[in-house]
Design a protein around this ligand. Structure first.
Ligand code: ADQ
Length: 746
């Protein structure tokens, strides 16, 4: 315990989820509090007990009087470190049964035809998320770590961020995050993504879910990622994969208990020492229960020798039974079980023992420990903890086997199991047979590997990993905040400017002084910018250089009259304000190389809708700003690989800009151009500003005490400071021009 608190520097973790890890019920005036079922509650409950934080959620019961509410709140707080959110029946109907379980749950599990898109339910989802937010605000203290769980509360991170801007917020999704093609069906997709992005650290069970999320953020919100990091309002948000584990030790210890020993003996007697097949699920359409029953039926038909020698215990925990779809599923399952038992059973043997209820923990462990085969065959499952629980109980009494769906998140970690496609009934039938007849040695070897993994990466490691990363992200954010050119830093810059005699400005154009436009030729300067540059250049103590990737003609036409020096094509051409011609930086360079490179760029442009080629005197540029973003960056990477193959010994280089790839001679870059102006004078104030990779060359040649400023936040830059946008860059220049005007006027 002390270790845990040390790691978190004594900070309290507040878990917040739809349900509390305990459920409250009332019968005959007696209030009972018992553990909740479901993967999230069972998995995280051990972690919660261990770190003495607070857990906020719905207790599953609504007290009727204020007195009862307060009494229950105190009891939950004192005995379980839990803090209740009370939900009305209507809220449960619309937010929980409605939007959460009739829209998000089926959609995220790829059951698109089962989804409803009801604006009233969406309205309740927002309102209930706000209610959770208000409840959290009642108890949150500075320094607390807030950990939001799952799909019921996807708007909560952003809501909390609005109220407590510097809060430390983690979010974990326990179900799959679907691919863009499916997620885009959701009418409120932007709101959901923005809601989640209010967190600092966002976790998923598998790499695929993280990848899908990043792709949706790019294609729906237009936000790019960099090594799993996304910039949201100057905050770096991290997205990563954390496959959830279980409290393995708890299961292993329980297998060894006397109570379980007795239960196992009774159980085996009752099934006449038959081979035992087991499945454990909530009764849900994602769990593939009818498909599994059909596979078992086909198994008994195809392998008649097994009749009378095998018993399938099917344990289903009642779930969401107020929803019609779930009632229909229950009916279908009941009928299938009846049909199989009727068809194959005899007075002394029932092929299926079907239990539709929750069972005590020790009974669950007895079943896990004595089963010869576990069937975990969901059609889609975020992770699935049942298979891990089963494996943790194996290897002591028996060496069992696991049949596992490839569409469960856990399949990514448990490759030694018999992996099946849950829609392929035939392959599941064969898998049952294979699992029951597998040589003991093979099972033992496979179990050893899987059990070791489950013991090592248990639920505590999982939560600690998440917390470690969350705290690191927060530390980085704090470090980055100190680099924002505002407040004290900005005042220092203004004073430095005021006191300096010789000032140099090295300014990029697109993305720094103007915003990006779909077509390169649309980025003409507006009147405000022209006036600003003119004012800056009018101060005799200032030297203003615009260093751009654009061609000479555009720069000259657009910026004529501002009296600034110009550098075109990333340093290939210079023009000082007092000269009437452009000078070339290339000595004896020819442009023959273009004949080799152009055809390749052309092939890639044809294969990438929206991409096009721009020819400059010293360079060839491949633009993909208008292409579908993921395809564009994929093709850009391929193109760079291809060009790099051709570059050897040609004296050319490839520059990756903002949605452009530029090929040009090596001796041309913005850094070389900047160095020419740096050497001209003994400057006592230098400001370099730029927004993309080509501007990093400017930052690299600036002296240490220069003001190097990245426009638009990124975690990876050589610049010492940053500004949020081109608007902020202009506003900074405005403040400087203002100082000059006063001096000149005065
Ligand atoms: P669930 O869909 O609830 O969880 P799962 O991970 O399999 O699925 O967890 C079920 C839990 O309920 C297990 O811990 C099991 O022991 C318990 N349980 C099941 N039947 C029971 C019974 N009859 N009696 C008592 N206990 C029973 C969601 C996602 C999963 C993800 C988890 C955790 O849908 O994909 O693995 O969250 O992130």
């Amino acid at each position: 315990m002390k270790d845990k608190l040390d790691k978190l520097a004594g900070r309290r973790v507040i878990i917040i989820s739809n349900r509390l890890p305990v459920s409250v019920s009332k019968e005959n005036w007696e209030t009972t509090i018992s553990p909740s079922s479901g993967g999230l509650a069972t998995g995280l409950a051990s972690y919660h007990r261990d770190q003495e934080g607070l857990w906020i959620g719905w207790p599953g019961y609504n007290p009727t009087t204020e007195k009862e509410k307060t009494g229950l709140k105190n009891r939950l707080l004192n005995e379980f470190n839990c803090y209740p959110v009370y939900l009305s029946n209507l809220e449960i109907k619309k937010y929980y049964n409605g939007f959460s379980n009739d829209t998000i749950w089926p959609l995220f599990h790829y059951f698109t035809t089962k989804c409803t898109y009801d604006p009233t339910e969406w309205d309740y989802y927002q309102r209930v998320n706000e209610k959770y937010c208000r409840t959290l605000l009642e108890v949150v203290r500075p320094g607390d770590i807030i950990w939001v769980q799952d799909y019921h509360l996807m708007l909560l991170p952003e809501m909390v961020r609005r109220e407590v801007p510097d809060a430390t917020i983690g979010f974990f999704l326990h179900i799959p995050f679907p691919s863009m093609e499916v997620f885009r069906y959701l009418p409120w997709r932007k709101e959901i993504l923005n809601g989640i992005l209010g967190a600092d650290m966002i976790g998923f069970h598998t790499y695929d879910y993280s990848r899908h999320f990043l792709s949706c953020v790019l294609r729906i919100l237009g936000k790019e990622q960099n090594y799993g990091q996304i910039v949201v309002d100057n905050r770096v948000v991290k997205i990563d994969t954390f496959p959830m584990g279980i409290d393995a030790a708890k299961f292993i210890e329980t297998v060894e208990s006397e109570e379980v020993d007795t239960e196992i003996n009774n159980l085996m007697k009752s099934i006449k020492n038959n081979k035992l097949i087991l499945s454990v699920d909530r009764l849900d359409f994602t769990k593939g229960i009818p498909e599994r029953l059909k596979a078992f039926e086909a198994f008994l038909e195809k392998y008649p020798d097994w009749r009378g020698k095998v018993t399938y215990i099917m344990l289903c925990v009642p779930s969401r039974d107020k929803i019609q779809q779930y009632q229909l599923l229950k009916k279908e399952v009941d009928e299938l079980v009846g049909k199989i038992d009727g068809r194959f059973g005899d007075p002394g043997w029932s092929p299926i023992l079907y239990m539709y209820r929750s069972i005590p923990f020790s009974t669950l462990v007895s079943l896990y420990a004595s089963a010869d085969l576990a069937l975990v065959t969901p059609l889609r499952d975020g992770m699935n903890l049942v298979c891990k629980e089963y494996l943790a109980c194996q290897g002591q009494l028996k060496n069992g086997m696991l049949v596992l769906s490839e569409t469960a998140g856990s399949a990514a970690e448990l490759g030694e199991a018999i992996i099946v496609n849950p829609n392929n009934i035939n392959s599941m039938t064969e898998a049952i047979h294979q699992g029951l007849t597998m040589p003991e040695e093979d099972k033992k070897a496979a179990l050893k590997l899987m059990i070791n993994r489950i013991k090592r990466y248990n639920v505590f490691r999982w939560a600690d990993d998440f917390m470690d990363q969350l705290l690191k992200v927060k530390e980085n954010q704090e470090h980055n905040e100190q680099r924002l050119l505002a407040g004290r830093l900005k005042r220092e810059l203004l004073t430095g400017y005021e006191q300096a005699d010789k000032r140099l400005f090295l300014l990029d154009y697109d993305g720094t002084l103007v915003s990006f436009k779909k077509k390169p030729e649309q980025a003409k300067p507006d009147e405000e910018l022209l006036v600003l540059l003119k004012k800056m250049a009018a101060d005799p103590q200032n030297k203003v250089v615009v260093i751009s990737g654009r061609d000479q003609d555009s720069l000259q036409e657009w910026l004529a009259g501002t009296e600034v020096d110009l550098v075109a094509e990333h340093g290939a051409w210079f023009r000082e304000r007092d000269l009437d011609h452009w000078e070339s930086a290339q000595q004896g360079n020819t442009t023959d190389w273009k004949d080799n490179i152009y055809p390749l760029l052309e092939v890639f442009a044809e294969r990438t809708p929206g991409a096009f080629i721009e020819e400059k005197s010293s360079a060839l540029v491949w633009h993909y700003r208008k292409s579908e973003p993921e395809l564009g960056s994929l093709r850009a990477k391929e193109l760079v690989d291809n060009i790099r193959g051709l570059l050897n010994a040609t004296g050319l280089q490839v520059l990756l800009g903002n949605k452009v790839i530029e090929v040009k001679p090596v001796d041309i870059n913005k850094g070389k151009a900047a160095a020419i102006w740096l050497a001209k004078e003994n400057w006592d104030f230098i400001l370099g500003m730029g927004d993309d990779w080509t501007d990093e060359d400017i930052f690299a040649v600036l002296p240490e005490d220069a003001w190097s400023v990245k426009v638009g936040f990124t975690a990876f830059t050589k610049a010492r400071f940053y500004l949020e946008s081109h608007k902020a860059a202009r506003s900074l220049l405005d403040s400087l021009a203002e100082i000059s005007s006063k001096v000149i006027a005065g």
